[in-house]
Write a new protein. Structure first.
Length: 343
């Protein structure tokens, strides 16, 4: 009836979208937008992807744009890097980032360093993406967080989305970037629905790489996290709010380059810092944040030592009860905040 009257039908202000569907949308829109973009990896085409991230794309774009590869990460990552060197834009999927260890020479030595070693004459616009960090019940060889590994390396950009908007906006920005970008997703978030704003539903929606987001405003303590633990931080903040403690929750979104300015501004306001991550403690993302705060102007505003919440410093156990105790939980964050505030 509205259409007959010539009235414009309004798009809903926001909709519920899973992280899986947001990633699928991002790939679909970028494949459509730029014919140089193509996707390759194990089971990404005819099987629609091991986690169904590439669902429907092979049928829509065909064999030349969505390519099934042999089980050889070193091989297909090398093919993708070579394609990027001649100005195609490959999206290279690792079934999990644990398997990227087979291809780390291609990611670090071939992709990350080529622009520098060629004095800027050879760009490598490539995306390496896939699930990162702990899954559920898959034990030590399939449950590592590689944010610190790849974040260590100059020449790479590293993003770690939490919400559906993060996933869509960061993946699209990564595909359009002229540098190699590592996109660290979370398998445990793929099926989780998030609100997606009207703006994020646009085909031109991108999130700038290197910019954190304040997910919750607070005054007493700064919580900094990335990927799935951002949700744990928000849950802990809700618990602590009932006790009169207001947490400011920062979603890093990008590991490298790190938006330390947003963290510093928050610490200046709250005077306390707690970092939360699923990775191991030694040389971790939280360790880097603490070091940068100590070295910068925000250090003088800290009223107590910064506290890190991390995964346990052990290979991931298989047994569920042990696995749960190796991954940061809401109660661990609440405990850390109270320690930082001495309450």
């Amino acid at each position: 009836l509205q259409q007959r009257r010539g009235l414009r039908l309004s798009v809903p202000a926001s909709i519920q979208v899973t992280v899986r569907d947001a990633l699928n949308q991002a790939l679909d829109e970028e494949l459509e937008r730029d014919e140089r973009v193509f996707l390759l990896g194990e089971e990404v085409a005819q099987y629609d992807g091991a986690y169904k991230i590439s669902r429907g794309l092979w049928k829509k774009y065909g064999d030349k744009r969505v390519i099934d590869t042999p089980i050889s990460e070193m091989g297909f990552a090398g093919i993708a890097v070579g394609a990027a060197m001649v100005w195609l834009r490959p999206v290279c999927e690792f079934m999990t980032f644990n398997f990227s260890m087979q291809a780390i020479d291609q990611v670090i030595n071939s992709a990350a360093k080529t622009c520098y070693m060629s004095a800027g004459s050879i760009a490598v616009p490539i995306v390496f993406r896939g699930p990162n960090g702990a899954s559920a019940g898959v034990a030590a060889q399939h449950s590592q967080c590689f944010a610190a590994w790849y974040g260590h390396c100059p020449g790479l950009k590293v993003v770690s989305p939490w919400s559906a908007e993060d996933a869509k906006g960061l993946l699209k920005a990564s595909i359009r970037d002229d540098n190699p970008v590592v996109v660290l997703e979370s398998e445990l978030l793929y099926g989780v629905p998030f609100e997606m704003s009207e703006q994020a539903q646009s085909k031109e929606f991108v999130i700038p790489i290197g910019k954190a987001k304040i997910e919750r405003q607070g005054t007493h303590v700064t919580l900094v996290s990335h990927s799935r633990p951002v949700g744990h931080c928000l849950e802990a903040a809700a618990v602590l709010s009932k006790e009169g403690v207001e947490c400011e929750v920062i979603n890093l979104r990008t590991i490298r380059p790190m938006d330390i300015e947003t963290v510093e501004a928050s610490v200046v306001k709250t005077n306390h810092l707690v970092t939360v991550e699923g990775g191991w403690p030694q040389f971790g993302v939280g360790a880097e944040i603490c070091a940068r705060i100590m070295e910068g102007p925000a250090f003088n505003y800290l009223d107590a030592p910064a506290v890190r919440v991390t995964g346990a410093d052990v290979p991931m156990p298989y047994a569920k009860i042990l696995e749960d105790n190796c991954i940061p939980q809401v109660k661990d964050i609440v405990f850390a905040v109270k320690k930082a505030l001495n309450i």
